[in-house]
Design a protein around this ligand. Sequence first.
Ligand code: ADP
Ligand code: MG
Length: 230
Amino acid sequence: MNKASVLSCENLTKFFKDGQRKIQIFEALNFSIAAGETAAIMGASGSGKSTLLHLLGGLDIPNAGEITIQNKKLSKLSNKQRGKLRNQHLGFVYQFHHLLPEFSALENVMMPLLIGNMPKREARKKAQAILEQVGLADRVTHRPAQLSGGERQRTAIARAMVTRPACILADEPTGNLDENTAAAVMELFIQLKEQYNTALILVTHDQKVANQMNNQYLLKQGVLIKSSPN
Ligand SMILES: Nc1ncnc2c1ncn2[C@@H]1O[C@H](COP(=O)(O)OP(=O)(O)O)[C@@H](O)[C@H]1O
Ligand SMILES: [Mg+2]
């Protein structure tokens, strides 16, 4: 029996218009992930991996098809409701950390909780706890510029995890890190997903990273092919 999916898409179609020209990214694409599962999405540059993650995360709207997150159909939600669903159930990690430069690590990690209307004291406590868990207890007052690349990415992961999302969407999260730092960041992802049963969808060019996921997919010419169940 299939495990209940936390995030899925059905017949997802996306194209961009370039003047008169229609650039088809994919057509009728299907994907699904259950709690605690991990999936690597690989594919050549320009194959549409980031576009797919944006759509799955409700950051962009498909031309056709449906995305379902925690049993809610995105097409049925208003922009505001979609934003709320994202804040409650999803976490995002990018190749470049996207931390706010003028805020400390602690403040950056508190942000999604404050956006979700959690009282400041409670948000601070939770942010502090997750930063300790990712090994940054003595870096909480540092600003992003005062952190190393690996520390920034750990902070970004803490920010993505602090709301205990059902699913993390990570777009080349180790793409900008050296091999050892990348391995440590992957270890952290795996450890957190084991602990919280989070689903993880991770775009990567690195076969070693992909090998650590339960399933591997290849996005090629608009088709998502399951290339290896490990
Ligand atoms: N907003 C946009 N408008 C027009 N074309 C876009 C837009 N976003 C992405 N594309 C095009 O869609 C294709 C897939 O892009 P992307 O999803 O970023 O690929 P990947 O992440 O796999 O490298 C590329 O050809 C890119 O130029
Ligand atoms: Mg990309």
